[in-house]
Design a protein around this ligand. Structure first.
Ligand SMILES: [Zn+2]
Length: 438
Protein backbone atom coordinates (compact mmCIF):
# COMPACT_ATOMS: atom_id res chain seq x y z
CA UNK A 1 0.00 0.00 0.00
CA UNK A 2 2.81 2.33 0.97
CA UNK A 3 4.53 1.54 -2.29
CA UNK A 4 1.33 2.20 -4.21
CA UNK A 5 0.90 5.61 -2.53
CA UNK A 6 4.51 6.45 -3.28
CA UNK A 7 3.95 5.49 -6.92
CA UNK A 8 0.79 7.64 -7.15
CA UNK A 9 2.75 10.47 -5.55
CA UNK A 10 5.46 10.02 -8.17
CA UNK A 11 2.84 10.16 -10.93
CA UNK A 12 1.56 13.49 -9.58
CA UNK A 13 5.16 14.68 -9.35
CA UNK A 14 5.97 13.95 -12.98
CA UNK A 15 2.59 15.32 -14.10
CA UNK A 16 3.12 18.56 -12.18
CA UNK A 17 6.63 18.99 -13.47
CA UNK A 18 5.64 18.39 -17.03
CA UNK A 19 8.02 15.48 -17.60
CA UNK A 20 5.22 13.69 -19.40
CA UNK A 21 4.44 16.67 -21.61
CA UNK A 22 7.23 17.56 -23.98
CA UNK A 23 7.70 21.21 -24.84
CA UNK A 24 8.86 22.29 -28.30
CA UNK A 25 9.59 25.78 -29.59
CA UNK A 26 9.34 25.74 -33.40
CA UNK A 27 11.18 28.53 -35.22
CA UNK A 28 10.38 28.57 -38.95
CA UNK A 29 10.84 31.59 -41.25
CA UNK A 30 7.04 31.96 -41.52
CA UNK A 31 3.79 30.32 -40.52
CA UNK A 32 0.75 29.53 -42.66
CA UNK A 33 -1.96 29.26 -40.02
CA UNK A 34 -4.58 27.69 -42.30
CA UNK A 35 -5.69 31.04 -43.70
CA UNK A 36 -2.77 33.43 -44.23
CA UNK A 37 1.04 33.69 -44.09
CA UNK A 38 2.74 35.37 -41.13
CA UNK A 39 6.43 36.20 -41.48
CA UNK A 40 8.69 35.43 -38.52
CA UNK A 41 6.12 33.71 -36.32
CA UNK A 42 7.01 30.97 -33.83
CA UNK A 43 4.93 28.15 -32.36
CA UNK A 44 5.02 26.54 -28.92
CA UNK A 45 3.82 22.95 -28.51
CA UNK A 46 3.15 21.28 -25.19
CA UNK A 47 2.17 17.61 -25.15
CA UNK A 48 -0.43 17.06 -27.86
CA UNK A 49 -1.47 20.70 -28.27
CA UNK A 50 -0.32 23.99 -29.73
CA UNK A 51 -0.21 26.34 -26.74
CA UNK A 52 1.13 29.55 -28.28
CA UNK A 53 1.56 30.97 -31.77
CA UNK A 54 2.61 34.42 -32.96
CA UNK A 55 5.46 36.93 -32.69
CA UNK A 56 8.62 35.23 -31.34
CA UNK A 57 8.85 37.47 -28.28
CA UNK A 58 5.28 36.60 -27.21
CA UNK A 59 5.78 32.89 -27.79
CA UNK A 60 9.13 32.89 -25.94
CA UNK A 61 7.44 34.80 -23.11
CA UNK A 62 4.83 32.03 -22.89
CA UNK A 63 7.62 29.43 -22.74
CA UNK A 64 9.40 31.40 -19.97
CA UNK A 65 6.20 31.63 -17.94
CA UNK A 66 5.91 27.85 -18.10
CA UNK A 67 9.51 27.52 -16.90
CA UNK A 68 8.86 29.73 -13.87
CA UNK A 69 5.95 27.42 -13.03
CA UNK A 70 8.37 24.49 -12.90
CA UNK A 71 8.55 23.18 -16.47
CA UNK A 72 11.86 22.55 -18.18
CA UNK A 73 13.07 24.69 -21.08
CA UNK A 74 11.51 23.85 -24.45
CA UNK A 75 13.46 21.95 -27.06
CA UNK A 76 14.12 24.38 -29.89
CA UNK A 77 13.37 23.15 -33.40
CA UNK A 78 15.20 25.38 -35.84
CA UNK A 79 13.30 25.46 -39.16
CA UNK A 80 15.31 28.09 -40.98
CA UNK A 81 14.24 28.61 -44.59
CA UNK A 82 10.98 26.79 -43.91
CA UNK A 83 7.28 27.58 -43.91
CA UNK A 84 5.38 25.89 -41.07
CA UNK A 85 1.84 24.78 -41.92
CA UNK A 86 -0.96 22.74 -40.35
CA UNK A 87 -0.54 19.03 -41.14
CA UNK A 88 -2.15 18.47 -44.54
CA UNK A 89 -5.55 16.74 -44.68
CA UNK A 90 -5.97 14.34 -47.60
CA UNK A 91 -9.65 14.43 -48.54
CA UNK A 92 -9.91 11.27 -50.62
CA UNK A 93 -7.59 8.33 -50.14
CA UNK A 94 -7.76 4.54 -50.43
CA UNK A 95 -4.95 3.17 -48.29
CA UNK A 96 -6.01 -0.35 -49.33
CA UNK A 97 -5.37 0.33 -53.03
CA UNK A 98 -2.12 0.75 -54.92
CA UNK A 99 -1.61 2.28 -58.39
CA UNK A 100 -3.65 0.63 -61.15
CA UNK A 101 -0.65 0.56 -63.51
CA UNK A 102 0.95 -1.87 -61.03
CA UNK A 103 -2.16 -4.06 -60.64
CA UNK A 104 -5.60 -3.36 -62.06
CA UNK A 105 -8.37 -2.47 -59.61
CA UNK A 106 -10.22 -5.71 -60.51
CA UNK A 107 -7.16 -7.83 -59.74
CA UNK A 108 -6.54 -6.04 -56.45
CA UNK A 109 -10.12 -6.75 -55.37
CA UNK A 110 -10.33 -10.32 -56.68
CA UNK A 111 -6.82 -11.75 -56.54
CA UNK A 112 -4.96 -10.08 -53.68
CA UNK A 113 -5.26 -11.61 -50.21
CA UNK A 114 -6.63 -9.23 -47.59
CA UNK A 115 -3.50 -9.90 -45.53
CA UNK A 116 -1.38 -8.75 -48.49
CA UNK A 117 -3.54 -5.66 -48.90
CA UNK A 118 -3.23 -4.88 -45.19
CA UNK A 119 0.56 -5.17 -45.24
CA UNK A 120 0.63 -2.74 -48.16
CA UNK A 121 -1.80 -0.42 -46.36
CA UNK A 122 0.53 -0.14 -43.35
CA UNK A 123 3.30 0.99 -45.69
CA UNK A 124 0.94 3.41 -47.46
CA UNK A 125 0.01 4.91 -44.10
CA UNK A 126 3.64 5.60 -43.28
CA UNK A 127 4.37 7.07 -46.73
CA UNK A 128 1.36 9.37 -46.35
CA UNK A 129 2.41 10.67 -42.94
CA UNK A 130 6.04 11.19 -43.97
CA UNK A 131 4.83 13.28 -46.94
CA UNK A 132 3.18 15.67 -44.46
CA UNK A 133 -0.40 14.37 -44.60
CA UNK A 134 -1.30 13.97 -40.94
CA UNK A 135 -4.98 13.19 -41.60
CA UNK A 136 -6.72 11.20 -44.34
CA UNK A 137 -10.37 10.75 -45.14
CA UNK A 138 -10.14 7.19 -46.44
CA UNK A 139 -13.15 6.58 -48.64
CA UNK A 140 -13.61 2.83 -48.81
CA UNK A 141 -11.50 -0.32 -48.56
CA UNK A 142 -12.66 -1.51 -52.01
CA UNK A 143 -13.24 -5.14 -51.13
CA UNK A 144 -10.99 -5.27 -48.06
CA UNK A 145 -14.07 -5.41 -45.82
CA UNK A 146 -13.64 -3.56 -42.51
CA UNK A 147 -9.85 -3.72 -42.50
CA UNK A 148 -9.57 0.09 -42.31
CA UNK A 149 -10.93 -0.17 -38.75
CA UNK A 150 -7.94 -2.22 -37.59
CA UNK A 151 -5.52 -0.03 -39.55
CA UNK A 152 -6.90 3.08 -37.87
CA UNK A 153 -6.62 1.39 -34.46
CA UNK A 154 -3.02 0.30 -35.14
CA UNK A 155 -2.11 3.91 -35.94
CA UNK A 156 -3.98 5.35 -32.95
CA UNK A 157 -2.37 2.83 -30.61
CA UNK A 158 1.09 3.81 -31.89
CA UNK A 159 1.81 0.35 -33.30
CA UNK A 160 2.63 1.78 -36.74
CA UNK A 161 3.21 5.35 -37.93
CA UNK A 162 0.38 6.80 -39.99
CA UNK A 163 -2.08 9.65 -40.35
CA UNK A 164 -5.23 10.20 -38.35
CA UNK A 165 -7.94 8.37 -40.25
CA UNK A 166 -11.54 9.27 -40.99
CA UNK A 167 -12.88 6.00 -42.41
CA UNK A 168 -15.80 4.87 -44.57
CA UNK A 169 -15.33 1.06 -44.24
CA UNK A 170 -17.08 -0.75 -47.15
CA UNK A 171 -19.23 2.04 -48.70
CA UNK A 172 -22.73 1.48 -50.11
CA UNK A 173 -23.79 0.57 -53.62
CA UNK A 174 -27.13 -0.17 -55.23
CA UNK A 175 -27.46 -3.83 -56.24
CA UNK A 176 -25.87 -4.59 -59.58
CA UNK A 177 -24.29 -1.20 -60.01
CA UNK A 178 -20.65 -1.60 -59.05
CA UNK A 179 -17.61 -3.71 -59.88
CA UNK A 180 -15.73 -5.99 -60.59
CA UNK A 181 -18.04 -6.51 -63.56
CA UNK A 182 -18.05 -7.88 -67.09
CA UNK A 183 -18.38 -11.51 -66.00
CA UNK A 184 -21.03 -14.00 -67.06
CA UNK A 185 -24.42 -13.00 -65.63
CA UNK A 186 -24.64 -16.60 -64.37
CA UNK A 187 -22.03 -16.12 -61.66
CA UNK A 188 -21.88 -13.91 -58.58
CA UNK A 189 -18.66 -11.95 -58.25
CA UNK A 190 -17.64 -10.37 -54.91
CA UNK A 191 -18.06 -6.60 -55.08
CA UNK A 192 -15.81 -3.72 -53.99
CA UNK A 193 -18.52 -2.28 -51.72
CA UNK A 194 -21.71 -3.40 -49.92
CA UNK A 195 -24.91 -3.82 -51.93
CA UNK A 196 -28.12 -2.63 -50.29
CA UNK A 197 -31.42 -1.18 -51.49
CA UNK A 198 -34.82 -0.21 -50.20
CA UNK A 199 -35.94 0.94 -46.79
CA UNK A 200 -34.96 -1.80 -44.31
CA UNK A 201 -31.83 -3.09 -46.03
CA UNK A 202 -30.39 0.39 -46.44
CA UNK A 203 -31.01 1.32 -42.82
CA UNK A 204 -29.40 -1.95 -41.69
CA UNK A 205 -26.36 -1.53 -43.93
CA UNK A 206 -25.74 2.04 -42.77
CA UNK A 207 -26.04 1.04 -39.13
CA UNK A 208 -23.87 -2.05 -39.61
CA UNK A 209 -21.08 0.01 -41.19
CA UNK A 210 -21.30 2.67 -38.49
CA UNK A 211 -21.39 0.00 -35.77
CA UNK A 212 -18.22 -1.56 -37.09
CA UNK A 213 -16.39 1.76 -37.26
CA UNK A 214 -17.43 4.00 -40.17
CA UNK A 215 -16.90 7.70 -39.37
CA UNK A 216 -18.52 8.68 -42.65
CA UNK A 217 -21.00 6.86 -44.89
CA UNK A 218 -20.02 6.75 -48.55
CA UNK A 219 -22.47 5.98 -51.32
CA UNK A 220 -22.01 5.54 -55.05
CA UNK A 221 -24.69 7.82 -56.50
CA UNK A 222 -23.81 6.68 -59.99
CA UNK A 223 -21.54 4.24 -61.78
CA UNK A 224 -20.92 2.61 -65.13
CA UNK A 225 -23.26 -0.35 -64.77
CA UNK A 226 -24.87 -2.96 -66.96
CA UNK A 227 -23.74 -3.26 -70.54
CA UNK A 228 -23.74 0.48 -71.20
CA UNK A 229 -20.34 2.06 -70.78
CA UNK A 230 -21.35 5.42 -69.32
CA UNK A 231 -22.08 6.44 -65.73
CA UNK A 232 -25.78 6.31 -64.82
CA UNK A 233 -27.55 7.13 -61.53
CA UNK A 234 -28.02 4.32 -59.01
CA UNK A 235 -29.92 5.15 -55.80
CA UNK A 236 -33.23 7.06 -55.92
CA UNK A 237 -33.33 10.44 -54.19
CA UNK A 238 -35.57 8.92 -51.48
CA UNK A 239 -33.02 6.16 -50.87
CA UNK A 240 -30.23 8.72 -50.53
CA UNK A 241 -32.36 10.79 -48.14
CA UNK A 242 -32.94 7.66 -46.04
CA UNK A 243 -29.19 6.85 -45.92
CA UNK A 244 -28.36 10.46 -45.01
CA UNK A 245 -31.02 10.59 -42.28
CA UNK A 246 -29.93 7.25 -40.80
CA UNK A 247 -26.25 8.29 -40.75
CA UNK A 248 -27.02 11.79 -39.48
CA UNK A 249 -29.06 10.49 -36.56
CA UNK A 250 -25.82 8.99 -35.23
CA UNK A 251 -23.85 12.16 -35.99
CA UNK A 252 -22.15 10.88 -39.15
CA UNK A 253 -22.09 12.64 -42.52
CA UNK A 254 -22.86 10.98 -45.84
CA UNK A 255 -20.76 11.66 -48.93
CA UNK A 256 -21.21 10.55 -52.51
CA UNK A 257 -19.18 9.31 -55.40
CA UNK A 258 -20.94 11.21 -58.20
CA UNK A 259 -19.63 11.73 -61.70
CA UNK A 260 -22.78 12.18 -63.80
CA UNK A 261 -24.98 15.28 -63.82
CA UNK A 262 -28.05 13.40 -62.55
CA UNK A 263 -26.06 11.44 -59.95
CA UNK A 264 -24.68 14.74 -58.63
CA UNK A 265 -28.14 16.32 -58.55
CA UNK A 266 -29.62 13.39 -56.57
CA UNK A 267 -26.70 13.36 -54.11
CA UNK A 268 -27.11 17.10 -53.49
CA UNK A 269 -30.88 16.88 -53.04
CA UNK A 270 -30.49 13.78 -50.87
CA UNK A 271 -28.31 15.67 -48.39
CA UNK A 272 -24.76 14.41 -49.08
CA UNK A 273 -22.11 16.76 -47.70
CA UNK A 274 -19.39 16.29 -50.30
CA UNK A 275 -19.42 15.06 -53.88
CA UNK A 276 -16.42 13.10 -55.11
CA UNK A 277 -15.17 13.57 -58.70
CA UNK A 278 -18.08 15.60 -60.15
CA UNK A 279 -16.78 15.29 -63.71
CA UNK A 280 -20.08 16.03 -65.47
CA UNK A 281 -20.99 19.00 -63.29
CA UNK A 282 -22.66 21.94 -65.01
CA UNK A 283 -22.98 25.62 -63.99
CA UNK A 284 -26.52 24.80 -62.74
CA UNK A 285 -25.31 21.83 -60.65
CA UNK A 286 -22.45 23.87 -59.20
CA UNK A 287 -24.72 26.73 -58.25
CA UNK A 288 -27.03 24.19 -56.55
CA UNK A 289 -23.99 22.86 -54.64
CA UNK A 290 -23.06 26.39 -53.61
CA UNK A 291 -26.62 27.12 -52.51
CA UNK A 292 -26.90 23.90 -50.43
CA UNK A 293 -23.36 24.19 -49.01
CA UNK A 294 -22.18 20.94 -50.62
CA UNK A 295 -18.41 20.75 -51.19
CA UNK A 296 -16.67 19.28 -54.23
CA UNK A 297 -13.69 16.96 -53.99
CA UNK A 298 -12.54 17.09 -57.61
CA UNK A 299 -9.91 14.27 -57.64
CA UNK A 300 -8.06 15.85 -60.58
CA UNK A 301 -4.99 13.67 -60.12
CA UNK A 302 -6.97 10.42 -60.41
CA UNK A 303 -8.35 11.33 -63.86
CA UNK A 304 -4.90 12.48 -64.92
CA UNK A 305 -3.31 9.22 -63.73
CA UNK A 306 -5.95 6.94 -65.30
CA UNK A 307 -5.68 8.77 -68.63
CA UNK A 308 -1.93 8.13 -68.59
CA UNK A 309 -2.41 4.46 -67.65
CA UNK A 310 -4.65 4.20 -70.73
CA UNK A 311 -1.81 5.39 -72.92
CA UNK A 312 -1.95 9.21 -72.96
CA UNK A 313 1.58 10.60 -73.18
CA UNK A 314 1.26 13.70 -71.01
CA UNK A 315 3.28 16.65 -72.21
CA UNK A 316 3.80 15.04 -75.63
CA UNK A 317 0.29 14.36 -76.89
CA UNK A 318 -2.64 16.79 -76.66
CA UNK A 319 -4.91 16.42 -73.64
CA UNK A 320 -7.67 13.81 -74.05
CA UNK A 321 -11.31 14.93 -74.03
CA UNK A 322 -11.77 13.80 -70.42
CA UNK A 323 -8.97 16.09 -69.20
CA UNK A 324 -10.14 19.05 -71.30
CA UNK A 325 -13.66 18.68 -69.87
CA UNK A 326 -12.32 18.38 -66.33
CA UNK A 327 -10.49 21.70 -66.71
CA UNK A 328 -13.75 23.32 -67.84
CA UNK A 329 -15.95 21.89 -65.06
CA UNK A 330 -13.36 22.63 -62.36
CA UNK A 331 -13.33 26.25 -63.52
CA UNK A 332 -17.14 26.31 -63.45
CA UNK A 333 -17.12 25.03 -59.86
CA UNK A 334 -14.65 27.73 -58.84
CA UNK A 335 -16.71 30.42 -60.60
CA UNK A 336 -19.86 29.23 -58.81
CA UNK A 337 -18.10 29.64 -55.45
CA UNK A 338 -18.32 25.93 -54.57
CA UNK A 339 -16.18 24.92 -51.57
CA UNK A 340 -13.32 22.86 -52.95
CA UNK A 341 -11.93 19.99 -50.85
CA UNK A 342 -8.42 18.87 -51.54
CA UNK A 343 -8.53 15.15 -52.31
CA UNK A 344 -6.82 13.29 -55.12
CA UNK A 345 -8.23 9.74 -54.88
CA UNK A 346 -4.73 8.66 -53.91
CA UNK A 347 -4.29 4.94 -54.26
CA UNK A 348 -5.15 5.27 -57.94
CA UNK A 349 -1.67 6.85 -57.94
CA UNK A 350 1.11 6.41 -55.36
CA UNK A 351 0.58 7.03 -51.66
CA UNK A 352 2.97 9.72 -50.48
CA UNK A 353 2.55 11.48 -53.83
CA UNK A 354 -0.57 13.26 -52.50
CA UNK A 355 0.93 16.63 -53.46
CA UNK A 356 0.19 15.77 -57.07
CA UNK A 357 -3.41 16.89 -56.55
CA UNK A 358 -2.28 20.25 -55.10
CA UNK A 359 -0.10 20.87 -58.16
CA UNK A 360 -2.97 20.00 -60.47
CA UNK A 361 -5.41 22.28 -58.63
CA UNK A 362 -3.00 25.15 -59.34
CA UNK A 363 -2.51 23.98 -62.92
CA UNK A 364 -6.33 23.92 -63.38
CA UNK A 365 -6.75 27.50 -62.14
CA UNK A 366 -6.75 27.72 -58.35
CA UNK A 367 -4.42 30.12 -56.50
CA UNK A 368 -1.68 28.33 -54.49
CA UNK A 369 -2.81 30.02 -51.26
CA UNK A 370 -6.38 28.75 -51.84
CA UNK A 371 -5.01 25.25 -52.44
CA UNK A 372 -3.15 25.41 -49.11
CA UNK A 373 -6.38 26.55 -47.41
CA UNK A 374 -8.28 23.71 -49.07
CA UNK A 375 -5.78 21.10 -47.83
CA UNK A 376 -5.87 22.43 -44.26
CA UNK A 377 -8.58 24.65 -42.75
CA UNK A 378 -11.21 24.06 -45.44
CA UNK A 379 -10.97 20.25 -45.26
CA UNK A 380 -10.96 20.41 -41.45
CA UNK A 381 -14.14 22.46 -41.54
CA UNK A 382 -15.91 20.35 -44.17
CA UNK A 383 -14.91 17.06 -42.45
CA UNK A 384 -16.00 18.29 -38.97
CA UNK A 385 -12.43 18.13 -37.60
CA UNK A 386 -12.85 21.08 -35.30
CA UNK A 387 -9.34 21.04 -33.73
CA UNK A 388 -7.30 20.40 -36.88
CA UNK A 389 -6.24 22.19 -40.04
CA UNK A 390 -5.16 25.41 -38.32
CA UNK A 391 -2.10 26.59 -36.39
CA UNK A 392 -4.05 27.97 -33.44
CA UNK A 393 -3.79 27.87 -29.67
CA UNK A 394 -5.42 24.74 -28.20
CA UNK A 395 -5.54 22.95 -31.55
CA UNK A 396 -3.91 19.50 -31.94
CA UNK A 397 -0.22 19.81 -32.70
CA UNK A 398 -0.31 18.45 -36.26
CA UNK A 399 2.35 20.52 -38.02
CA UNK A 400 4.55 20.26 -41.09
CA UNK A 401 7.44 22.39 -42.30
CA UNK A 402 8.48 22.67 -45.92
CA UNK A 403 11.46 24.41 -47.42
CA UNK A 404 10.51 27.45 -49.47
CA UNK A 405 7.29 29.37 -50.09
CA UNK A 406 4.45 27.05 -51.13
CA UNK A 407 2.06 30.01 -51.38
CA UNK A 408 4.13 31.05 -54.41
CA UNK A 409 5.44 27.71 -55.67
CA UNK A 410 2.97 24.97 -54.77
CA UNK A 411 5.52 22.21 -55.45
CA UNK A 412 7.42 23.40 -52.37
CA UNK A 413 4.91 21.31 -50.38
CA UNK A 414 7.02 18.35 -51.51
CA UNK A 415 10.11 19.72 -49.72
CA UNK A 416 9.07 18.27 -46.37
CA UNK A 417 11.56 18.87 -43.57
CA UNK A 418 9.47 18.31 -40.47
CA UNK A 419 6.34 16.35 -39.58
CA UNK A 420 4.62 16.39 -36.20
CA UNK A 421 1.37 14.60 -35.40
CA UNK A 422 -0.36 14.98 -32.08
CA UNK A 423 2.78 16.58 -30.65
CA UNK A 424 5.01 13.68 -31.70
CA UNK A 425 7.83 14.26 -34.17
CA UNK A 426 7.93 11.77 -37.06
CA UNK A 427 10.32 13.61 -39.34
CA UNK A 428 12.89 16.27 -38.53
CA UNK A 429 15.61 16.68 -41.08
CA UNK A 430 17.43 19.92 -40.25
CA UNK A 431 18.40 18.69 -36.77
CA UNK A 432 18.85 15.32 -35.10
CA UNK A 433 15.50 13.60 -34.69
CA UNK A 434 14.55 13.21 -31.00
CA UNK A 435 13.13 9.77 -31.90
CA UNK A 436 16.46 8.50 -33.19
CA UNK A 437 18.30 10.20 -30.32
CA UNK A 438 16.37 8.13 -27.78
ZN1 LIG B 1 -12.05 6.96 -54.54
Amino acid sequence: MKQLLAFIGFLFFIQGNGFTQKLYLLKPDRVFDGTAIYEGWSVLVQGEKIIAVGEPKNVEEAAKNLQTSGKSAPQIIDLKGCTLLPGFIEGHSHLFLHPYNETTWDDQVLKEARSLRTVRATLHAKQTLMAGFTTVRDLGTEGAEFDDVGLKQAINQGIIPGPRMVIATKALIATGSYAPKGFSPDIEVPQGAEEADGHDRLIQAVRRQIGKGADVVKIYADYRWGLMGDARPTFLVDEIKLIVETARSSGRPTIAHAGSTEGMRRAILGGCETLEHGDAGTPEIFSLMHEKGVALCPTLAAGDAVSQYRGWKKGIEPEPERIKNKRITFKQALDAGVTICFGGDVGVFSHGDNAREMEMMVDYGMKPLDVLRSATSVNANVFHLSQLGNVKTNFWADLVAVEGRPEEHISDVRKIKFVMKNGEIFRNEPSLSPKSAK
